[in-house]
Design a protein around this ligand. Sequence first.
Ligand code: F6R
Length: 615
Amino acid sequence: MCGIVGYIGHRDAYPIIIKGLQRLEYRGYDSAGIALYDGKDINLSKTKGKVEDLKNKSQKSISLEGKLGIGHTRWATHGVPNDVNSHPHYSNSGDLVIIHNGIIENYDSLKKELIKRGYTFSSETDTEVLVNLIEEVKRKEGVKLGKAVQIALNQVVGAYAIAVFDKQKPDEIVVAKLGSPLAIGVGENEFFIASDASPFIEFTNNAIYLEDEEMAVIRLGKEIKLRKIKDDAIAYPSIQELKLNLEEIEKGGFDHFMLKEIYEQPRAILDTYRGRLLAKEGIIKMAGIDDNLEKFLNANRIIIVACGTSWHAGLVAEYIFEDLARIPVEVEYASEFRYRNPVITDKDVLIAISQSGETADTLAAIKLAKEKGAFVFGVCNVVGSSIARETDAGAYTHAGPEIGVASTKAFTTQITVLTLLALKLAKEKGIFNNTRFHEHLTELENIPAKVEKALLTNPLVEIIADVYKNSTNCLYLGRGYNFPVALEGALKLKEISYIHAEGYPAAEMKHGPIALIDEHMPVVVIATNKGHYEKVVSNIQEIKSRKGKIIAVVTEGDEQVRDLADHVIEIPETLESLTPLLTTIPLQLLSYHIAVMRGCNVDQPRNLAKSVTVE
Ligand code: F6R
């Protein structure tokens, strides 16, 4: 959470930083700030609110000149969102200025120590403590900024990606990373700093991703040298060539990123299996799996760890792995798993699922499983992310950048990767013969076209959204493969429209939630024709007899549910294991339209951030 941007070079820093912050706003958006060095002084502007508010304020209040600057968009951890707590933060002398993404856990004891030495603080933040600690080290030890940052960070417990500069030495920015992401864009005698590459992709394709516990002094006219924060050892940066496309991070004619990303799913799913799924040849080729096949085949069980929507994809995978490949699976919230002393052995395979590849709890769960000897496989979207680097092997989803805070295409592409993996294992284990294998491969290949068809429900879904936009509660029900889809549908609705919603296994309804049903309660029921269709129809009857309003997602041509439900949304027929890839589409659209109609900020819902890099 929090986005950081910095620039040092020959261009005006202001427009680069403001645009960069707008691209990083998905990471946090409760306040924003910028500090520019104009050749003499630091000009700083910050405000509660969005980057747009910062733009308005800064244009009225400070000089926008300068070829050196840093900026920040915040997701509050210490201290409420207000102007004072916003970053950047000055040190007491006014010479140093810092931006920080992360949490300094021992900030309170450090602060008390600094207060004893005469330091004062205007904000409630841990970051202001850090910048003053750096200043104190610099003063006391008589060292340069880079060294002072290193010594200070060795006294800090927590997570950080920081950028700091000194107005007495305005030809350098010092950066450091532990736990939060930090990329350096390397141009012609200019450098960019950012939480991900999107702020600088139009200027350079060359990026260095700092590893944990690394820092760098970025100086104009000098090559970048990375150092280990702990022992000062030199680390040699590898410059990666980025393939990110600028258009992919723009809205492309859609009103919101979320809608654009919902509509990108046919392409994203296709990109995810492209080159991996060779239906005609009857082959699934995935290097991360092919090289580690024995680990999967000899595993006692698979443990899946993830958070939020990625956890829901993990639940779908539980059904897929157990049903198709007959491998026992446990799915865990990463945040619970890491703290409950789990039994893990070297016969376990742990699959970590994460869109961002930066989720702190998932990362910690991976480290724990590795310590205990498990083989760890990652399913990530963001290339080069911390989780992608920390895992023993993995497979990327090729969803492209997901900017809307509510996850959509990440979910369906994660399921696609996990389906490929399960099918491969089913074949290798001899559970699937050639015919069954071929049937599944061919049908998976048909999914993008069927998602296109499911997207045609959009106008109908919009009409349904209009009927229920003022509801205060909503139930989502599904069984088997579609129980996790019900959970995901409910999560989508609550996170972007702030309507209370619950997902349940349909049969579980009579053990409690049925008490909620009356004529005001919309109930979204997934009732596709495979699996437990008749049982779900009985559940629909139960809702109807209590006057609940039924919105049913059914297979095209369905007659039975049509007679019972208030609204019917048809999706194309497919294999049972692949239905989540289709049933989820109208649920994404429903939450989208309801949120828009309620005037909610769809892409940046309140209190949320795209990548949760704190626990
Ligand atoms: C919901 C959503 C979150 C994320 C969760 C995990 O729409 O986006 O629930 O799924 O924070 O994030 P990743 O997948 O980046 O680890």
